[in-house]
Design a protein around this ligand. Structure first.
Ligand SMILES: Nc1nc2c(c(=O)[nH]1)N[C@H]1C(S)=C(S)[C@@H](COP(=O)(O)O)O[C@H]1N2
Ligand SMILES: [Mo]
Length: 173
């Protein structure tokens, strides 16, 4: 380039804020998890941290729009205080653009869930119940929780089918 050195320096200074706005800088790269992996995302995902998957530990999950839902469920007694990230936030963080995802559990139960559910409702990946991690022998470690008490219309067989507990993997086809 035929620019003098001060000129080039000025040009770089002017372009610096643009670089800060680029999609590359906006995309949050994830480091590999340090704690026990609670959830794996696989398939057509944009942001990975272990091979071609995104592995998330408790701290990483709780950094993604955690929300509290106080509700009864068909599987628990009385009102529980469930807490965990909004599923739409987890899918956004992973860069999922599929219209449905395959949720797989430790017991190999699998449900296809339309992503529209997560925009129509505040569905969370519950990883705490009443302030404690959820044991595998309960509904844990990760439980797809719909806000049943706020939306009684969710108490139907279709949504029960999508209420996967012991979740291990979310796959974007
Ligand atoms: N991990 C796991 N989650 C699951 C299931 C399962 O077998 N394993 N069954 C699903 C189905 S089909 C329904 S209807 C409900 C089961 O609730 P119920 O057996 O208490 O009727 O949980 C859903 N979540
Ligand atoms: Mo079911």
């Amino acid at each position: 380039m035929l620019l003098t050195r001060p000129c080039r320096y000025l040009l770089a200074l002017c372009l610096l804020p643009l670089w800060g706005l680029s999609p590359v800088a906006l995309a949050e790269p994830f480091s590999p998890p340090e704690g026990e992996v609670l959830l794996r995302l696989s398939g057509e995902i944009e942001h990975v941290n272990v091979g071609d998957e995104l592995h998330l530990d408790r701290a990483m999950l709780m950094s993604l729009s955690p929300m509290v839902i106080e509700t009864t469920t068909p599987w628990t007694e009385g009102v529980s205080r469930f807490e965990g990230p909004l599923i739409r936030a987890v899918l956004e963080a992973a860069g999922v653009s599929s219209e449905q995802v395959r949720v797989r559990a430790l017991d190999d139960f699998v449900a296809m869930v339309p992503v529209s559910d997560f925009h129509d409702y505040d569905v969370i990946l519950a990883i705490e119940r009443d302030g404690e991690p959820i044991a595998v022998r309960e509904l844990g470690p990760v439980f797809v929780l719909y806000p049943f008490d706020d939306h009684p219309e969710l108490l139907n067989e279709t949504i029960r089918f999508r209420s996967v507990w012991h979740v291990s993997t979310i796959h974007a086809p």
